[in-house]
Design a protein around this ligand. Structure first.
Ligand code: BTN
Length: 238
């Protein structure tokens, strides 16, 4: 990963760049800032402060379509591992399907897009955005509770070193990809496990039990255990 490395001071979105261009397997596109950063579910991702880490990895692995959800968990897992090792902190939580939270606030988001070829993934475009050195003041422009590595540790983080560690972790995770161990590791740091949650748009409410063996989630509702592979979680405040 990263043998083909493209750096832009300014770009619309590293994911859009990846989608527009023919790029080799493992290409990494990094931007100092993005003018129209994209989030999941059509949201935007504010990334104009030159203090975060914004990058996209293009993969042409042959991933069977039914393994995409589990495979995609590699990305938050690798970011969590890299951050915890580099900054010697712990307690990073993975919010299903793929966000990273620290102390109840969002610190990183992942936009995983796939282009299918039959029953396999032709290209997987993994966009990763991390709040790194933003101050509390600078995070106020984000419309959900957000935090940065700087706010959490009080240390300014070298974004290049962080990127290098993350790419290493991702490469290792891909080479050693094992569904069960990915699911186990994510399950151990699953945000809101055992709490009452709502799956937005899916009309499911109940206790978050854990992950299914394909990377979806199990929710204990009044009508028994339901499984879903789509949607976004929020905490149910009672
Ligand atoms: C989300 O939490 O909704 C996903 C955010 C993903 C943001 C990253 S930043 C790099 C890449 N380029 C984009 O336009 N989006 C992703």
């Amino acid at each position: 990963i990263g043998k083909n490395y493209l750096f832009f001071t300014e770009i619309d979105s590293t994911n859009l760049y990846a989608k527009r261009n023919e790029l080799s397997d493992g290409t990494v596109i990094v931007a100092e800032y993005q003018t129209t950063g994209k989030g999941r579910r059509g949201r935007r991702w504010i990334s104009n402060q030159k203090k975060g880490l914004y990058f996209t990895i293009v993969l042409k692995e042959n991933i069977p379509v039914n393994e995409i959800t589990v495979f995609s968990l590699i990305f938050p897992l690798s970011v969590k591992r890299a951050v915890e090792k580099l900054l010697k902190i712990d307690g990073l939580k993975i919010k299903w399907p793929n966000d990273i939270y620290i102390n109840g606030k969002k610190c990183a988001g992942f936009l995983i897009e796939t282009e299918l070829e039959g029953n396999e993934v032709g290209r997987l475009i993994a966009g990763i955005g991390i709040n790194v050195n933003q101050t509390e003041e600078e995070l106020k422009t984000i419309d959900i509770p957000a935090t940065s590595l700087y706010v959490e540790t009080g240390c300014v983080v070298d974004r290049k070193s962080l990127l290098a560690s993350i790419l290493n972790e991702i490469e290792n995770s891909i080479n050693a990809f094992d569904k069960k161990s990915v699911l186990n590791e994510v399950e151990q740091s699953l945000l809101w496990k055992g709490e009452n949650v709502i799956v937005i748009d899916e009309n499911i409410e109940g206790l978050l039990v854990g992950l299914t063996d394909t990377g979806g989630i199990k929710i204990l509702t009044d009508n028994g255990i339901l499984e879903t592979f789509v949607g976004d979680l929020t905490l149910r405040r009672v």
